[in-house]
Design a protein around this ligand. Structure first.
Ligand code: MG
Length: 165
């Protein structure tokens, strides 16, 4: 279960003080897009998220967007953010995070991955030895598949909380 256990949990990236990463020796951030920085498939970058990304940059932490979604979706949003990106990252199993670390030019294990899904983002980060940061999804997906997955995620989180872990 430890691969499903995030190191940090927050309601939103906006609730995370970027200095936290420096204190933990993190040198760069990989950030999921859908439901983490924007609503699913939304091209809108809010002022709040934009300001938060700006603060991260000012601290000298390079950021790369790492999404399982297609380049057509990720690229315009990355441009708005002024950030590099990896699309079709195939988290948790693919090479997306290796590609991200290579693009940033820093060690994989010195990175943190911020995302909204336990079975995709948290698992991918833990598997690669990165710091795993779980945020609450900006919007709950409505499909049956997602509702089953979210229920499973809640179950896993509840067990972790119960153990005081
Ligand atoms: Mg997501």
């Amino acid at each position: 279960m430890s691969r499903f256990k995030p190191d940090i949990v927050a309601d939103s990236v906006l609730k995370i003080d970027p200095e936290t990463f420096l204190h933990r020796g993190i040198l760069w951030l990989a950030i999921d897009v859908d439901n983490t920085l924007a609503l699913p498939n939304s091209p809108i970058l809010t002022d709040e998220i934009s300001a938060w990304l700006q603060r991260v940059k000012q601290l000298g932490l390079p950021v790369i967007l790492v999404s399982n979604n297609l380049a057509e979706r990720v690229e315009p949003f990355a441009k708005l953010c002024g950030l590099p990106f990896i699309s079709r990252a195939m988290k948790p199993l693919g090479m997306g995070l290796f590609r991200a670390a290579k693009k940033i030019g820093l060690p994989l294990k010195k990175g943190a991955l911020i995302g909204d899904q336990i079975f995709t983002d948290v698992y991918a980060a833990k598997k690669r030895g990165m710091l795993a940061v779980l945020v609450h999804p900006m919007m709950e997906e409505e499909s049956r598949f997602f509702s089953i997955k979210r229920r499973l995620e809640r179950f896993v989180r509840a067990r972790q909380d119960k153990r005081g872990a």
